[in-house]
Design a binder for this molecule. Structure first.
Ligand code: ADP
Ligand code: GN1
Ligand code: MG
Length: 366
């Protein structure tokens, strides 16, 4: 994206001073994110400018309605709890016309957030306390939204964690094989097919009333939370595009998938990939504490299943995207989605080996 274009977008925002830097920022797979720096009277202020991915988020106005609703709600709770609403939730800056987004001439939707200073996001767990802190914060996030009017939330991506529906989409991608890639990934395809029951289990439990719907984040990977540089505390949950009614155990599971892995999501050397049981325990303890007694016994028992299902689902999504020609997740090299899918399936197999240990760990915290 040309800097000139970013500048012209910002003309539509009530932000004064000189724009001195505009750089691509972060390692998200979905939106285009930039960090902008303004100078005024010797003071520096920074912002996040994002172009929302319009092929994924087809209803950006509704999406921003969700985000404004949720951030306003969180702001109130944070103030009641004596926290800092400027740093502990995202703050949407409205455009000059008062709308929480701006539409450019190409029909792209943009949004601006204040930049959360003196905090960072991690792409991997560097020390276990960071992971513990993120667990407490994601649990607490869910707790703060427990009485949010869920019926007012729009479904920003239909069936986002409907693993059964994703399985059907995957099978169609294999059958259509529009890029002629299926023959070269038979092993991975077979892995998905062999685990069909993993795609069905949570939907079934939910339908039977065994798992409650809650307002959840739905994309709880470690780089969607910001930790204070000084105190190490997780201060702010970000990336609120998928806040919708969902399952608590999926929020838990997605964090495990990403943070308890001993390697990066796109590691090519699979011998480096395992699900670390110590990190699993650290996160379990933090998440249950953060949820502060709100999880049912069944939810706690099913936490390992949340981890397995989210990892399986994510691997299946990466493989589907590889088969259809890499149209959903941003890729940075040939075969990137395939590499990502392989780490996820390695993790699923490892979790299956460690199933009894995981069950024992969660039992300790019931
Ligand atoms: P994506 O949906 O593409 O993952 P995110 O909303 O997660 O987009 O943003 C991408 C990255 O930008 C984050 O991982 C984080 O590093 C950074 N980021 C996003 N919002 C803020 C913010 N308000 N302050 C500081 N950094 C942010
Ligand atoms: C995407 O937006 P980001 O990069 O935080 C994706 C998640 C996947 C994740 C895999 C809206 O998350 O569902 O689990 O990539 N987000 C969306 O890393 O599809
Ligand atoms: Mg993100």
């Amino acid at each position: 994206m040309k800097e000139e274009h970013l500048r012209s977008i910002m003309q539509n925002y009530p932000i004064t001073g000189d724009l001195t830097e505009a750089i691509p920022y972060g390692s998200g797979h979905i939106n285009d994110t930039y960090r902008l720096t303004y100078q005024e009277d010797g003071r520096e202020r920074r912002y996040i400018l994002q172009r929302m991915n319009k092929s994924i988020f087809t209803k950006p106005v509704e999406l921003m309605e969700n985000i404004v609703g949720v951030t306003e709600w969180l702001k109130k709770k944070i103030i009641e709890q004596g926290g800092d609403p400027e740093r502990e939730t995202l703050n949407v800056i409205s455009a000059n016309d008062g709308k929480p987004y701006f539409v450019d001439e190409a029909g792209d939707y943009w949004r601006v957030y204040t930049f959360i200073e003196k905090a960072c996001c991690y792409d991997a767990v560097e020390n276990e306390n960071d992971f513990y802190q993120s667990a407490v914060a994601f649990g607490h996030f869910q707790r703060m939204l427990a009485d949010y009017p869920a019926e007012t939330l729009h479904e920003t991506i239909e069936g986002f964690h409907d693993t059964k529906a994703r399985f059907a989409v995957f099978k169609k991608a294999v059958a259509d094989d529009i890029c002629g890639r299926a023959a070269s990934v038979q092993k991975e395809i077979q892995f998905v097919l062999d685990h069909e029951e993993t795609a069905n289990i949570l939907g079934q439990m939910q339908a039977e009333g065994k798992l409650p719907l809650r307002v959840t984040h739905n994309d709880t990977k470690l780089n969607n939370i910001m930790l204070d540089e000084k105190t190490g505390k997780a201060i702010c949950v970000i990336d609120l595009d998928t806040v919708m009614p969902g399952l608590a155990i999926n929020d838990f599971g997605d964090s495990i998938r990403f943070g308890a892995s001993t390697g990066a999501e796109d590691e090519v050397d699979l011998s480096k990939i395992e699900c670390d049981m110590h990190l699993f325990e650290v996160y379990t303890k933090g998440f249950i504490e953060g949820c502060a007694g709100s999880l049912t016994d069944t939810e706690i028992e099913m936490l390992p299943m949340g981890a397995k299902v989210m990892t399986y689902e994510c691997g299946m999504r990466f493989l589907t995207d590889y088969l259809v020609g890499d149209t959903y997740f941003k890729i940075h090299r040939e075969g990137h989605n395939l590499d990502r899918c392989r780490t996820q399936f390695k993790l699923v197999s490892d979790m299956e080996k460690k199933w009894d240990t995981m069950a024992e760990i969660v039992r300790k915290y019931k």
